[in-house]
Design a binder for this molecule. Structure first.
Ligand code: EPZ
Length: 422
């Protein structure tokens, strides 16, 4: 087990180059299965979730070649239709392998992805949509056995704009006869990036990012190159790190439009923000102002993946902030850890009331999930004295060598083994 040791009260400043988006590259790596050809994916971030996806692709017979920050995936030699249970447990988001495997091979067996630290993560929307396309799904003993002799395009209304369900249907529908329309799809930038990748390989998809996505069934694909969009959540996290330490930072390789709600709330908290075509600059105020109301919403609303980081900012803001998490049912696990550092927070169901204090004090805290763990690092960067953040494997899932990246912009943080304290 590893931990971060952080010496607080260091202002962050300088330039930070964003890497490829985790939540874009994972579905795109799954989508390579649809083509049966070689794809070169550029700006592929070096994250443990991405490594897990490589392992799954190799397990079913694909060839993976790493080249600096690119990866070449050849999915022609697929020879297995079962996703190993141990790998499904490692990364529940591999549930969006269903769509591409059914499109390419007409079958796939995988274990029920199950819940994770932030919620039960049901997949009912995925399953009902795939069944509408003609997929037979047998659920027994914790496994899903999916087969489809023929997929037929149709109109599919999603009860909730689920990101993963939208991606699964987009990928499955590429092999459906005729047209498939997804009504009420997720509109995240990562959905648009998936459409861009699939179309580069020969698919015919339009409307990603809007209220309706149209997919025309395609039979022939070719090899393609694709550069993954920058990670808007990594960007938001780094801006929050500068904001909480009173620093100033320039994000390079950013797409400000993808971060507009995050930037709007950082401005409301008193940060000066300059946006350019491919950069965002944030200058923090001496003291942050509380943002009275913040509610997470599907894109383009405030992203749930930025909730923990923003809540942490509010712990030392002037005033009181009411934060409501509408997307996941247990995404406040970082709160009890922040309270060990002196934060004044009351949680009632999906709402947290955060009363700003003058300063946090360093403590030993435990990361419980990816974004909650990152927010504990932000708290440690600002806190008086030393903070230890344990269980940082969660953080490695979504941030590549987070401590090295933060040191480059002025943080005093190092990775070390967690001593057995028994
Ligand atoms: C994706 O998860 C992201 N993960 C999450 O990022 C992100 O928080 C989430 O979208 C929302 O933006 C990846 O892209 C790999 P959903 P996903 O399906 O697809 C409920 C991070 O930190 N739901 O949009 O699983 C579900 O329980 C991660 O990078 C159903 O009820 O999200 C949740 O409450 C965390 N039935 C809500 O919808 C379903 O069939 C949103 O889930 C599917 C979802």
């Amino acid at each position: 087990m590893e931990q971060f040791r952080i010496c607080g009260e260091k202002k962050l400043s300088g330039e930070y180059e964003l890497t490829g988006a985790k939540n874009a590259v994972l579905p795109i790596l799954a989508a390579t299965i649809v083509t049966g050809h070689e794809s070169k994916i550029k700006s592929c971030p070096n994250l443990s979730d991405v490594q897990n996806m490589f392992t799954i692709l190799k397990e079913i017979g694909c060839k993976i070649t790493k080249e600096e920050d690119s990866v070449i995936v050849n999915t022609e030699p697929i020879n297995s239709y079962t996703i190993p249970e141990r790998l499904m447990r490692e990364m529940r988001s591999s549930v969006f392998l269903m769509g591409p495997m059914i499109a390419r091979c007409g079958k796939v067996t995988l274990s029920y992805p199950g819940g994770c630290e932030i919620g039960l993560r049901p997949i009912d929307i995925h399953l009902s949509a795939l069944r509408k396309l003609g997929v037979t799904i047998k659920e027994s003993h914790g496994f899903l056995e999916c087969t489809a002799d023929k997929l037929v395009g149709c109109k599919i209304h999603l009860d909730f704009p689920s990101v993963g369900a939208t991606e699964n249907v987009m990928m499955a529908a590429t092999a459906a006869e005729g047209e498939t329309r997804i009504i009420n799809p997720a509109k995240e930038p990562e959905i648009v990036d998936l459409q861009r990748y699939l179309n580069a390989c020969g698919a015919e998809i339009e409307g990603a990012g809007t209220e309706e996505i149209l997919i025309r069934g395609t039979k022939s694909y070719h090899q393609a190159e694709h550069t993954v969009i920058p990670d808007r959540i990594e960007g938001g996290t780094i801006l929050a790190a500068a904001a909480i330490t009173g620093g100033d930072i320039v994000l390079r390789n950013a797409i400000p439009e993808h971060m507009s709600m995050t930037l709007s709330k950082l401005r409301e908290a008193g940060c000066i923000i300059r946006e350019g075509k491919d950069f965002v600059e944030l200058i923090a105020p001496e003291k942050l102002n509380a943002v009275e109301m913040l509610k997470t919403q599907p894109y383009p609303g405030f992203p749930t993946d930025m909730q923990s980081q923003f809540l942490t900012l509010m712990t030392i803001a002037k005033g009181t902030s009411i934060i409501t998490e509408t997307i996941f049912e247990s995404r406040f696990k970082h709160v009890e850890e922040l309270m060990k550092m002196g934060a004044k927070i009351k949680v009632d169901g999906r709402t947290a009331v955060v009363k700003g204090v003058n300063r946090l004090t360093g403590a030993r805290v435990v990361s419980k999930d990816l974004r909650g763990g990152a927010s504990l690092v932000l708290a440690g960067l600002a806190a008086e004295g030393e903070t230890i953040v344990e269980n940082i494997c969660h953080i490695d899932r979504g941030y590549d060598k987070f401590e090295l990246a933060l040191c480059k912009i002025g943080a005093e943080i190092k990775r070390e083994a967690t001593q057995d304290r028994t």
